[in-house]
Design a protein around this ligand. Structure first.
Ligand code: PRT
Length: 87
């Protein structure tokens, strides 16, 4: 289990270190167009899971949506605080 902040620190660290084998580094290298498409895909899958598949699947898809949202953040240089301050 990881909190949103813990995951962000992990991903930002991997990006900074360009950790070999990191799928996150690969996705960030592909750029915001690739990341945006995945974000949209996971948002849609979250919606479909909520309509048709039950809470376990919704939790799984939401975890992926949060992950891809963090790659958007890192891609454009935002921190969690930048987002929290607007909630
Ligand atoms: N939480 C995630 C996470 N969620 C989703 N993904 C990626 O996003 C992909 C899911 O989208 P895909 O649709 O391609 O794969 P899928 O299995 O069909 O999933 P669905 O679309 O069907 O839901 C997975 O294959 C992962 O590559 C994630 N990759 C990493 N993390 C976390 O990020 C950390 C760092 O990962 P690396 O950068 O790869 O080291 C990991 O330890 C995890 O905690």
């Amino acid at each position: 289990m990881k909190t949103f902040d813990e995951l962000y620190l992990e991903l930002a660290g991997k990006w900074r270190e360009r950790t070999p084998g990191s799928g996150s580094v690969d996705a960030l290298d592909k750029g915001i167009h690739h990341i945006g498409k995945k974000l949209l895909e996971e948002a849609a899958e979250t919606w479909m899971a909520a309509e048709h598949e039950g809470t376990e699947r919704v939790a799984e898809e939401l975890s992926q949506l949060l992950y891809w949202s963090q790659l958007v953040m890192i891609s454009v240089g935002l921190t969690p605080h930048d987002v929290y301050s607007r909630l």
